[in-house]
Design a protein around this ligand. Structure first.
Ligand code: NAD
Ligand code: UDX
Length: 486
């Protein structure tokens, strides 16, 4: 990484006149939660552009070509079915897709490093670098390479250097940064009507090519153009600010529980101040998802790298608070259940990190489930979109962390103490407690009178999302514990 000396560093390597004026063929490397929906939206709005989404994961590509898409996202099936076979293709033919395209999006995963320098903080850029190399090897003429993945500030410089040094003679490249702001569960509406589209780059003509793609359905005032580094850094900063709001309200939720204040009343009172605003003030069991923690850790690493330890420490506290909130929830369960959950059945409602997605990455449910089985509880989970295989995989990954491999003891706990149910009612049958982890709409429609009858007494209910009607549950007879309420 190079220290920033001025914001105007130019990466241009070619004559501006060589740029293809109108984009006819796009390819996207990475058919995940971002690549799939984003490209499906471009294909559905830009019928004049052929869109080819490629991935090295054959199973994932097969799923994209089937009626059972690899990711659950409301509205996605429809736009994929409409465009697939017309101007939207999914395949593993990475090299061919690059050769044929004018514009190549890199949308591969950038997880937190789990080894070596920056272990536990820095982003693992291995997959991005591999993309840059395969693009270099398969490009003739001029290509516009678009960073869609979330990347540390100044990654474009590394991508550009690889493209130049490994590219074929005569091949030229522009690198743009176009981070994605969609949230899972609302990806299609976010893509259809984004708050903004952000494009960073040096070449005005390359930027214009991408502006023209989005301009097909997004109004021009919503398309912000910046230099490369501002664009890369804005993405990390946006996620850090959003996560900070959740950690801030969660910090106050702990104080509410200690004092008798009510977190929803406090959130409403502060959210009506137009300078603060009402969104992202929902206290919860803790934020999850593949982005928030990873991106803040990356920001922390960058601040440390650039000799800003105070700034690094400031942002790290957002993650620390989130860990505290998750742990606090499991501790409250144990404490209220007479300080032992050993051999007690706990029904866990929801495992995804939020509603309307099948994604479980960094879900608070994984951490709470780990804590409960370590206390020897028997946990039965029901999530409308997550299967047992995924749940066991998540627990094994978390519990192996640190030691590198899973101990026989932990493996036994996961295999013997974690079960799956096919409905909330089945999960709660004979349970000592319910722990609600994900705010799925269907949990508000469950017959809690019937569930109460089927449970052991006292019947505890820990609402990690403040989703359910607390008064109604208490009237039925439940002992209810919510976030930020006594
Ligand atoms: P993902 O894990 O769902 O998908 C990434 C895909 O890239 C995988 O299918 C993987 O097989 C593929 N891949 C990896 N290396 C490859 C290679 N060399 N060639 C071809 N395919 C390769 O990840 P995601 O959630 O879509 O995230 C992608 C990027 O977008 C990340 O940088 C993430 O931070 C960012 N992002 C994610 C979200 C989100 O909500 N998930 C939102 C905004 C930004
Ligand atoms: C986030 C960003 O919102 C999105 O812009 C970015 O592109 C990717 O990362 P995502 O992780 O999909 O999106 O979902 P988001 O809605 O941001 O929720 C993240 C986590 O915070 C979830 O676990 C959610 O339940 C939690 N959350 C969110 C709260 O606990 N309270 C809130 O008020 C809001």
């Amino acid at each position: 990484m190079t220290e920033c000396t001025n914001g105007q560093t130019s990466l241009n390597t070619h004559d501006e006149t060589m740029i293809t004026k109108s984009i006819k063929k796009i390819c996207c490397i990475g058919a995940g939660y971002v690549g799939g929906p984003t490209m499906a939206m471009i294909a559905s709005r830009c019928k004049h552009i052929q869109v080819h989404v490629v991935d090295i994961n054959q199973e994932r590509i097969n799923a994209w070509n089937s009626d059972e898409l690899p990711i659950y996202e409301p509205g996605l099936q429809q736009i994929v079915s409409d465009a697939r076979g017309e101007n939207l293709t999914f395949s593993t033919r990475v090299e061919e897709a690059i050769q044929e395209s004018d514009m190549i999006f890199i949308s591969v995963n950038t997880p937190t490093k789990t080894f070596g320098i920056g272990n536990g903080r820095a982003s693992n850029l291995e997959y991005v670098e591999k993309c840059a190399r395969v693009i270099a090897e398969n490009s003739d003429g001029h290509k516009i390479v678009v960073e869609k993945s979330t990347l540390p500030v100044r990654t474009a410089e590394a991508v550009q250097r690889i493209l130049i040094s490994s590219g074929k003679p005569g091949a030229t490249f522009d690198v743009l940064s176009n981070p994605e702001f969609l949230a899972e569960g609302t990806a299609i509406e976010d893509l259809e009507d984004p708050d903004r589209v952000l494009i960073g780059g040096d070449s005005e003509q390359a930027i214009q090519c991408l502006v023209d793609v989005y301009g097909t359905w997004v109004s021009r005032e919503k398309i912000i153009t910046t230099n490369l580094w501002s664009s890369e850094l804005s993405k990390l900063t946006a996620n850090a600010f959003l996560a900070q709001r959740v950690s801030s309200i969660n910090a106050i939720s702990a104080l509410c529980e200690a004092t008798g204040a009510n977190i929803e009343e406090v959130a409403r009172a502060i959210g009506t101040d137009s300078r603060i605003g009402p969104k992202f003030l929902k206290a919860s069991v803790g934020f999850g998802g593949s982005c928030f923690q990873k991106d803040i850790l990356n920001l922390v690493y960058l601040c440390e790298h650039f000799g800003l330890p105070e700034v690094a420490e400031y942002w790290y506290q957002v993650v620390r608070m989130n860990d505290f909130q998750k742990r606090r929830f499991s501790t409250r369960i144990v404490r209220h259940m007479f300080n032992t959950v050993s051999d007690k059945k706990i029904a866990m409602l929801g495992f995804a990190f939020k509603k309307d997605t099948n994604d479980t990455r960094e879900s608070a449910a994984i951490y709470v489930c780990r804590d409960l089985i370590q206390e020897r509880a028997r946990v039965t989970i029901y999530d409308p979109k997550v299967n047992l295989e995924q749940i066991r995989h998540d627990l094994k990954t978390l519990m192996a962390n640190g030691q590198g491999e899973l101990s026989a003891h932990d493996r036994n706990l996961i295999d013997n103490n974690v079960r799956i149910a096919h409905s909330a009612e089945e999960a709660a049958q004979n349970a000592h407690a319910i722990a609600l982890m994900t705010e799925w709409e269907e949990f508000t429609k469950v017959d809690f009178e019937q569930i109460y009858t089927s449970m052991k007494k006292p019947a505890f209910l820990f609402d990690g999302r403040n989703l359910l009607d607390r008064d109604m549950l208490m009237d039925i007879g439940f002992e209810v514990h919510s976030i930020g309420k006594c």
